[in-house]
Design a protein around this ligand. Structure first.
Ligand code: ADP
Length: 351
């Protein structure tokens, strides 16, 4: 090919094609200069990319090495490019392919989200393993002690068996919560449609907590502003939401306190942009400092891990609540005043 035929303008179809692909795409000549950059590539590198040496555009040793290698042997290559644009960290998969003998096509596929999801998955597995490993290590340790040093010590055996039972229950709660979370996450796209009498469900759920309340001298008061209130939902999951919130109010709200549950009259909810009902679960506990509130629904996030474990927490309760509420196309809002208490409010749409 003569120098004039190597000009990219001589291949109008190639330019049309490049402008049509939904990725940043750059044509580099074997002379190492940028011959053409589509709109998405200009958005990424700036409008002045054209006719510059590729090294001054990408400024990444791995990308440069890969381009250099394709110029040499024409074999397609793939590499990763991590960069920061307007202080946002981005990761691209860069594909470099030779087209004809004079040009290369370099495309940039944004893999930031994929890398983030992979990281979240890895963190999740690390957390689950850690949460299971701690009670398991304790059980194994006490079993060994019972089989050896405490073989003939009945009193010690009883004490250790009781600890082992607590630890096994902790693992059981964790596995149950993990299964709930998994189930509700997989169902999140399908909105439940069973007709549910919400006031009845709340009453029944509150009753289940009465024996626990008696032990700690707590009371649960249900203020209901509706005769009957029917909504579309998933009975078990809504019961789990109410239970988790009451349980937390009991766990973190202190003893000898009142937990107030209020079901408001349905009205237009700006938060949902439609008609809906609000359910508040309010405690008189220590409250939650503002900076922690946005993180409470993250899996395994606890303000005080030691306290959460002591009261039997798994760190998954509010994450489950959030996913169930989202499945019902609702929202969760948390308001808290340090020293006064916290209110967890569920907004549910009524069709
Ligand atoms: P856990 O099993 O640890 O209770 P959750 O997901 O239910 O997990 O809650 C996450 C964290 O949020 C808790 O560890 C606790 O620090 C905080 N939290 C939840 N509910 C309340 C509440 N009513 N008052 C104060 N802190 C709370």
């Amino acid at each position: 090919m003569s120098p004039s035929t190597s000009k990219i303008e001589n291949y109008p179809n190639l330019i049309l094609f490049l402008d049509a692909i939904p990725l940043p795409g750059v044509i580099i000549g074997t002379d190492e200069f940028v011959h053409y950059a589509n709109k998405k590539a200009r958005d990424l590198f700036g409008d002045l990319i054209q006719d510059r040496h590729y090294i001054t555009v990408m400024r990444d040793p791995e990308v440069s090495d890969a381009i250099e290698a394709v110029i040499k042997d024409s074999d397609t290559r793939k590499t990763r490019w991590a960069t920061s644009l307007s202080s946002v960290d981005l990761v691209f998969e860069v594909h470099i392919t030779s087209i004809g003998s004079q040009h290369l096509l370099v495309t940039f596929e944004d893999s930031t989200q994929v890398e983030k999801s992979n990281q979240i998955r890895r963190d999740f597995v690390t957390n689950v393993s850690h949460e299971l490993k701690t009670p398991l290590t304790s059980i194994i340790g006490f079993l060994e002690t019972i089989q050896t040093t405490a073989k003939n010590d009945q009193k010690a055996q009883e004490k250790f068996l009781s600890i082992m039972s607590d630890e096994a229950n902790r693992m059981d709660r964790l596995v149950n919560d993990l299964m709930s979370l998994n189930q509700v996450e997989s169902q999140e796209r399908s909105k439940p449609t069973t007709k549910i009498e919400l006031t009845e469900l709340i009453k029944e759920t509150v009753e289940k907590f009465l024996p626990v309340c008696k032990k700690t001298n707590n009371s649960v008061v249900f203020e209901n502003l509706n005769e009957k209130l029917q909504i579309e939902g998933d009975l078990d999951q809504l019961q789990q939401v109410i239970s988790n919130l009451i349980e937390n109010a009991l766990k973190y709200g202190g003893t000898e306190k009142e937990i107030k549950i209020k079901l408001h009259t349905p009205s237009f909810q700006p938060l949902l942009q439609k008609h809906g009902v609000v359910l508040d679960v309010a405690d008189q506990g220590d409250g939650i400092p503002d900076e922690y509130i946005p993180r409470l629904t993250e899996r395994f996030y606890r303000i005080d891990s030691h306290r959460s474990r002591q009261v039997g927490g798994t760190g998954l309760g509010l994450s489950i609540v959030k996913h169930i509420v989202h499945r019902h196309r609702g929202r969760l809002r948390i308001e808290s005043k340090v020293g006064k208490g916290s209110t967890f409010s569920i907004y549910l749409p009524i069709e």
